[in-house]
Design a protein around this ligand. Sequence first.
Ligand code: HEM
Length: 383
Amino acid sequence: MKELKEYDINEVTGFLPDECLPRLPATFNEWEDLLANARLLIEKDSFRSTIGKLPEFPYNNLIDQKHLRRAFVLISFLSQCYVWGNGKDDPGPASQLPAILANPWIRLSEELGLNPILCQASVVLWNWKKIDPHKSFNLDNIFTLNTCTGSMDESWFYLVTAAVEGVGGPILKDMIDLKKAMDDNDDGYVILKLKSLKDGLSKIIAILSRMKEKNDPNYFYFQVRPYLRGWDNSKRLPLGLLYGDEDKPRKYAGGSAAQSSLIQAYDCILNLSHCPQSRSNTDFLHQMRSYMPYKHRKFLEDIEKEPCLKTYVKKDRLLEKAYNEVLNELVNFRNKHIQMVASYITVPGSNCGNDVTGTGGTSAIPFLKQIRNETVDAIIPNK
Ligand code: HEM
């Protein structure tokens, strides 16, 4: 494995950068101002017509990674608002994205190794700022740069997810150290690192448990989720979305925390393999990798190429125990997450006979239970 920085991983905040650019320079003012006013314009039914008045996106004025990322966030929100921001008269989603949005979005996504759709990178990884720059990164010291609805509920959804990613630095370093300890046959150190990985998951669960503090399940279901939808297997956009002047619609999954590289890193390090009948679910999680920044995806691929931890721990009962404890905590994470999804999707959706699938396009609860069960099945039984 290479060093963390080679994978664009921060040693404190993990897959989050050390800071995000809150706004592009002045030559992008009309674009930034439009996003700042998007909510009001959608309410007045004039957002879509205002997009047509924008000047060309001054792409060549983007000079570095921070600019490219901010531009991707900006255009992702504008495009998502364009497609799903129906206004009061609800004419339905737009089936074609104007070239003025589509062209820079496609170019940016190619440059960043992502797909041109709102994803975890646009709403979580690159969409936060510290309240007090002198204090450490944590859930109570960050705010979101942009939302579609202007609500605290939507902000909090992104912030909790960012705070989960934000504990990732030491966890990902532990993963690299664990691989080195295996190379050195240093069993004591392997056990120590497995304990740290378990503690990392405990921190993640504690953060996840704070979701309801500022995100109301009904508001989330009816107001926020519609903006996160994609156009892959979408009932409302069954053919997908036409990007600018292209003649064939494109299909992409909507935004989902299944695009979290941190949780997938746990699956990779633990060699969590999925049973054959769950092939489509395994594929879904793999597909989600194409919605992650290129270097983060590469980190997951590189861990998978390393010698197998599960085989290594089978030589000793204490190693097995430490390995199983991480898996148990991952099961706890998945159980907590399933409960949360039930209250944010199943309950409000079933109450009105509505859609109870995930924004990523899965069956939600059955899918998540299967992933959870596969985690349980991976626990090494007592001999
Ligand atoms: C209101 C809050 C949340 C809801 C309603 C929710 C919903 C879902 C749904 C429906 C899926 C299935 C894939 C899809 O179709 O999108 C999913 C997957 C997933 N979500 Fe969440 N989620 C929430 C918060 C979070 C947070 C804060 C995290 C933390 C990183 C997270 C991590 C994951 C992961 C890792 C998966 C992939 C399945 C797995 O590995 O177990 N989710 N989520």
